[in-house]
Design a protein around this ligand. Structure first.
Ligand SMILES: Cc1cc2nc3c(=O)[nH]c(=O)nc-3n(C[C@H](O)[C@H](O)[C@H](O)COP(=O)(O)OP(=O)(O)OC[C@H]3O[C@@H](n4cnc5c(N)ncnc54)[C@H](O)[C@@H]3O)c2cc1C
Length: 389
């Protein structure tokens, strides 16, 4: 399998240290050797390539930037580079790792009891257990504050009722972090597969994220012990902090999808000949698209690197992450569209990764806070005025 050469117009590699480059190389080789050979069929068949899970666990990809319970405690830049390489393979593979680490392991580590951590984190780290994160509801997507799922006290335990939807890994998950409205505000619960009253079913008919499992969760008089609640999370800031972790990973990940599209279209444009046997790359209109893409990819790389350095210094806040996620997801989607255009009819066929990335990136623009919602976060930061209503 040919090695991906990388995309580095502005010599940004000189800003990475040796460990960071080594981590990226490990992830890059994993994607070249293990993801690329299977991902087209996975996407076409609408199936997550679960055979990749043990190796991703062995390489330390799950909760890579967390510490303890077997997690390798990488820097946030190293973690970002892993996300970038994985999404060069497919957004669905990166989503799996994002959910496992940022949306399941992170809340367990940050808000969980010692018992919850010990029970779940070592297994989630190796991939021998899979997790999912249930926040979105059928009527509450961008505004999770309105959620209807309830958690009522029942003796010393809890009873959960409600519906969650669009949940990545839902039917695969051994454990779900479910957010519900309790008497004292929104609380997180650790719900194990097989608990009476808890069921998961897959959403079919997706034309995006086909190599990822997306599910609905149903909680019908689902009784949980007292110990199922995450003791350290109270209010919406609990799930929002998890989303900030995941959005940070997306901000890096989408660069990988953009690189793959750009590099595919660039190399195609040099070989493809039209009009007098000249490569299409010789036309100014084609070069303009390539110049736009490489410029936007470079700006996105710099934004991600700065976000990573700030995160490693403990100075990255959610409004920074909104700019990273919004800009980079938009950039990647535009690169996918332009690359598709440059490849003409071949742009739509699955011999090339473009259309798969393009379809996936439509989801990435929407999930983890839509483009609009992140626009409003940035707007609120610079004006001091909230415009969500
Ligand atoms: C493949 C996939 C996987 C997902 N995985 C998960 C998961 O694991 N866990 C989970 O909890 N959720 C998950 N989601 C759900 C995702 O986070 C939501 O789809 C997202 O938050 C948007 O919610 P919505 O789809 O209900 O859209 P809506 O909130 O209904 O938004 C529709 C449109 O209205 C706009 N809009 C809404 N409010 C405003 C406003 N105030 N101002 C301006 N525009 C506004 C939005 O920007 C958007 O354009 C996933 C979604 C997908 C597609």
């Amino acid at each position: 399998m040919a090695r991906f050469p990388g995309v580095d117009y502005m010599l940004i590699d000189s800003q990475f240290n040796e460990e960071e480059l080594l981590v990226r190389q490990t992830a890059r080789h994993f994607v070249d050797d293990c993801v690329m050979p299977v991902v087209r069929d996975s996407f076409n068949n609408g199936k997550f390539p679960s055979e990749l899970i043990p190796e991703m666990g062995r390489l330390g990809f799950f909760g890579a930037n967390l510490e303890g319970y077997g997690c390798v405690g990488m820097s946030n830049v190293e973690y970002g580079l892993i996300m970038q390489e994985l999404e060069r393979g497919d957004s669905g593979v990166r989503s799996f790792v994002s959910v496992q680490g940022a949306l399941v392991m992170y809340p367990l580590l940050t808000y969980g009891s010692d018992e919850q951590k010990e029970r779940w984190l070592p297994r989630l780290q190796t991939g021998s257990a899979i997790g999912c994160f249930g926040l979105t509801e059928p009527m509450f997507g961008s505004n999770p504050a309105g959620m209807k799922t309830t958690a009522q006290r029942d003796g010393s335990g809890w009873v959960l009722n409600g519906e969650k939807t669009w949940i990545t890994n839902g039917t695969m998950a051994d454990v779900a972090i479910v957010w519900a409205r309790a008497e004292d505000g929104i609380r997180g619960f650790v719900v194990e597969k097989g608990t009476a009253g808890f069921t998961a079913s897959d959403i079919h008919g997706k034309l995006s994220m086909r190599a990822s499992v997306t599910s609905s969760l149903s909680l019908s008089d689902c009784r949980l012990p007292k110990s199922a609640m995450l003791p350290g999370a109270k209010g919406l800031k609990g799930p929002l902090a998890c989303l900030s972790q995941a959005r940070y990973g997306i901000g890096w990940g989408v660069i990988g999808a953009a690189m793959d599209c750009y590099e595919t279209a660039r190399s195609y444009s040099v070989l493809r000949k039209q009009f007098d046997d000249r490569p299409i790359a010789s036309h100014q209109l084609v070069q303009e698209k390539l110049a736009w893409m490489i410029t936007e990819i470079t700006k996105a790389q710099l934004l991600a690197l700065q976000a990573g350095r700030l995160k490693d210094q403990g100075r990255l806040d959610p409004a920074h992450v909104s700019m990273l996620k919004r800009n980079n997801a938009w950039m990647a989607l535009e690169c996918a569209r332009l690359s598709r255009d440059l490849m003409g009819a071949n742009g739509i066929i699955d011999d090339y990764p473009i259309m798969r990335h393009l379809c996936n990136l439509e989801t990435v623009k929407t999930y983890e806070g839509t483009d609009h919602i992140h626009t409003l976060v940035i707007g609120e930061r610079v004006t001091g005025v909230s415009a969500y209503m």
